[in-house]
Design a protein around this ligand. Structure first.
Ligand SMILES: Cc1ncc(COP(=O)(O)O)c(C=O)c1O
Length: 406
């Protein structure tokens, strides 16, 4: 049984291509990853609409597979999880601290833990918590070198002192301390050990100030696979749960991980062209001999990178054929070669998916444009319907969310 998610797509939308998400791959990946860590807690990072796989479906699958925490960047994503009836702890780490923020208020009401990286944020959270009559549960973030969120080490003593004071006032409860590594995707880089040493100092300082953080967390996917000494009390797994390579030297298959997402589209036209035929805008490609061209109804409006032309292969009827000519907004062409026998209009073209099935992977596409698989999967446009394999319903505690969750 397959299920088409999001707003019911029109038949034309389905005919123009789809994103298939194999939730059993996400489930299996999480189980495999959990075996690689002794950390007592496992966070599945489901930000960015579950890395394009679908926020709520991924979250439910992750929880059923043993993730006891979920992580989102935006508070709105965390609120969506709660509104879907998901009750496991959720940490959210990116928000505009404003005393009048209805989103922060709602997140706190929904028991969402939030990251805290400055005294300014602390004042706002404490103020809102006071109005609500309950403490904001926070994870203090150390900026250990990424220069993104979090407090730098010179600002850390003031943050922990103020957090302790707010705990005593009953407006804040510090549940965790965390950092995100600048060299997260290069596990062997010496910058990681230096950042972790700084993190351990920060935890010591927090404890000396009277805080009692239960959860120390540092590692994302690459360090889950490669640096067990960085796992602390919880790991935060993103890319690896989706079966993508978290670092250039780490092949997901070596760790029993497989991609969950594939993008397919029907071949909507096959035509024979003579030698010397220009293909697509500005005739970026020109045939040297009579060739067959195939037309795929997906383009950069669907998230297909323009840079993929001439650099990647699409699988059709068991053959791998190159993308040629400029990728257009809604369509692109493939070179079916001098002989297209065995290929017909309506055949399914697999753009990328599980390499075990012979297709290119999202990582291959990422490498082809000088990036990584995460950029490829995250840019797939919402207009493409997501179709979920039936395995979602086999998750032991899978249940449809009630439509009227308060
Ligand atoms: C704070 C934080 N933790 C964990 C992750 C997961 O990283 P990865 O997808 O490499 O596992 C991310 C993603 O960028 C992140 O921003």
């Amino acid at each position: 049984m397959r299920r088409i998610a999001q707003s019911e797509p029109t038949p034309e939308a389905v005919l123009s291509g789809q994103v298939s998400v194999d939730l059993s791959a996400i489930s299996d990946n999480i189980k495999a990853l959990k075996k690689r860590t002794a950390a007592p807690h496992f966070m599945a990072v489901v930000k960015g609409n579950g890395y394009g796989h679908g926020l709520v479906d991924v979250a439910r699958t992750a929880v059923a597979a043993g993730a006891d925490w979920l992580g989102t960047a935006q508070l709105s994503e965390a609120i969506t999880l709660r509104q879907a009836g998901i009750t496991v702890p959720v940490l959210s780490w990116l928000y505009l601290a404003s005393q009048t923020s209805a989103t922060i208020r709602e997140a706190l009401e929904y028991d969402v833990d939030v990251s805290l990286g400055s005294v300014g944020q602390l004042e706002v959270l404490a103020g809102i918590a006071e109005q609500l009559g309950r403490p904001a549960v926070v994870h203090l973030e150390l900026d250990s070198g990424l220069s993104r969120g979090g407090a730098r080490k010179e600002n850390w003593p003031e943050l922990v002192a103020q957090a302790r004071k707010a705990e005593q006032d009953g407006t804040v409860l510090v549940r965790g301390i965390w950092t995100h590594l600048a060299w997260a995707d290069v596990p062997a880089h010496p910058g990681n050990a230096a950042a972790v040493a700084e993190f351990e100092d920060a935890v010591r300082e927090a404890r000396a100030a009277g805080l009692d953080p239960q959860l120390r967390h540092v590692s994302s996917s690459a360090n889950i696979l490669d640096r067990p000494e960085f796992h602390f009390d919880m790991v935060r797994a993103g890319l690896a749960i989706y079966g993508l390579a978290p670092a250039d030297h780490l092949d997901p298959a070596d760790f029993g991980l497989r991609p969950a997402l594939s993008v397919t589209a029907p071949l909507v036209m096959v035509k024979k062209v003579p030698a010397g035929t220009g293909v697509s805008y500005e005739h970026q490609a020109i045939t040297h001999e009579p060739r067959y061209l195939g037309l795929i109804p997906l383009g950069y409006a669907d998230g297909i990178p323009k840079g993929i032309s001439g650099r990647s292969l699409v699988q059709i009827a068991g053959r791998k054929v190159p993308v040629i000519g400029k990728v257009c907004m809604d369509q692109f062409m493939v070179d079916l070669g001098p002989d297209a026998s065995g290929i017909e209009v309506g055949d399914t073209a697999v753009l990328f998916g599980d390499p075990a099935g012979g297709a290119a992977s999202a990582d291959d596409w990422g490498a082809a444009i000088g990036s990584h698989g995460d950029e490829i999967i995250n840019r797939i446009a919402p207009r493409l319907p997501r179709v979920y394999e039936s395995s979602a319903y086999e998750c032991p505690d899978y249940q449809e969310a009630p439509s009227d969750v308060a």
